[in-house]
Ligand binder design. Structure first.
Ligand SMILES: *Cc1c(COP(=O)(O)O)cnc(C)c1O
Length: 339
């Protein structure tokens, strides 16, 4: 697109030319439709508005040096959205429709795909909502699946730099047997108060502990947590953690590099023992953590003492982004090309 300052693109919504939609009526998915409006017209009693029947996904497409467009692991997002839908009693979107929608929305908005070289990408946002009108608490009969895109710059303007985070003991993001492991908007609503508390105190995000015992690490805001210790990549296991595709990919990379990968409950006390810690997700890939503060217990943990991200986090970050942009061979078959 002419006149776009790709170098200074924010991580924010920008209107593009088209979105694609698919409607489900009485359990049957229809044909994909191309839409140029950014608005959704729906019944005021739609279940997504009242009872939280809402699922979303986030993935990215990248333009390589060769000009080819690469989509990263979309089938994993399709699977996860399927599981989310089942988790809150929505009619799931078949993988085939999910894939067609993602590929066609990218093709239709080709002029918005950031060119290679600025760390920018095309963010793809699939959304599934209950649109059927109900007043009693029950699943909707009708659903809308929408996929829109927006070009985004790197999540943090400062780039790959360590941030400070705050352990949150006053709020939980998700209950142990609740909806933490599926990607629903309600989890995000539940995180806004604690995020604001952390931001006001100067922290970039909150580190949640397990809701039951406050003994184990759960998630780092809207991202998974990992720690590096000697030759080990350690990430928490819990029923209230959203399975991050970025985390899965980092685990594969770590294993390939000969590291031991452990996915298990991680006690807060173990924070003392890590060489590096970070948060991971599609938006920022890896956010290295410099300091974790536990204000209620008056304790803090420090990493990156020289001010720079640790060597392992840096290497994993570089390798994953190199695969995404096509600078490194896609040995895991994570990439699909838009032809
Ligand atoms: C989406 C999300 C993540 C990151 O998942 P990715 O697939 O890596 O983008 C982590 N935690 C929560 C709560 C999320 O919603």
């Amino acid at each position: 697109m002419e006149n776009t300052d790709w170098k200074h693109l924010p991580f924010a919504y920008m209107k593009t030319d088209y979105n694609v939609r698919c409607y489900c009526r009485n359990g049957q998915w229809g044909e994909l439709e191309i839409c140029s409006s950014a608005y959704i017209n729906m019944h005021m009693a739609a279940t997504c508005l009242h009872y939280g029947q809402e699922a979303f996904e986030g993935l990215k497409a990248f333009c390589g040096k060769d000009g080819r467009i690469r989509v990263f692991r979309w089938r994993e997002n399709a699977k996860r959205m399927y599981n989310t839908a089942i988790g809150i009693k929505m009619v799931p979107v078949p993988e085939e429709i999910f894939g067609q929608a993602v590929f066609s929305v990218i093709r239709l908005n080709k002029r918005f795909i950031p060119p290679y070289g600025h760390g920018a990408s095309l963010y793809i946002r699939p959304l599934l909502i209950g649109t059927g009108a109900e007043v009693g608490v029950k699943p909707a009969k009708d659903y809308l699946f929408v996929v829109f895109v927006t070009p985004v710059g790197p999540y943090f303007k400062e780039g790959f730099k360590p941030v400070d985070v705050m352990i949150c003991r006053s709020h939980d993001r998700a209950a142990p047997l609740g909806t933490g492991a599926i990607k629903v908007g309600g989890n995000y609503a539940a995180s806004l108060t604690s995020l604001e508390i952390a931001n006001k105190k100067g922290y970039s995000t909150t580190l949640y502990l397990d809701a039951k015992e406050k003994k184990y690490i759960d998630e780092a805001g809207p991202a998974n947590f990992f720690g590096i210790k000697k030759n080990m990549y350690i990430t928490p296991e819990s029923k209230s953690i959203l399975p991050s595709i970025t985390n899965m990919s980092l685990m594969d990379l770590a294993r390939k590099e000969g590291m031991t990968v452990e996915k298990r409950p991680v006690p807060v006390d173990e924070l003392n023992t890590f060489d590096e810690v970070g948060a991971c997700g599609t938006a920022a890939v890896i956010t290295p953590i410099r300091k974790i503060v536990d204000p209620d217990l008056n304790v803090f943990y420090e990493y990156c003492k020289d001010g720079h991200p640790g060597p392992v986090s840096t290497r994993l970050y570089k390798r994953l982004t190199a695969i995404q942009y096509g600078d490194e061979e896609d040995q895991f078959h994570w990439i699909d090309y838009i032809e």
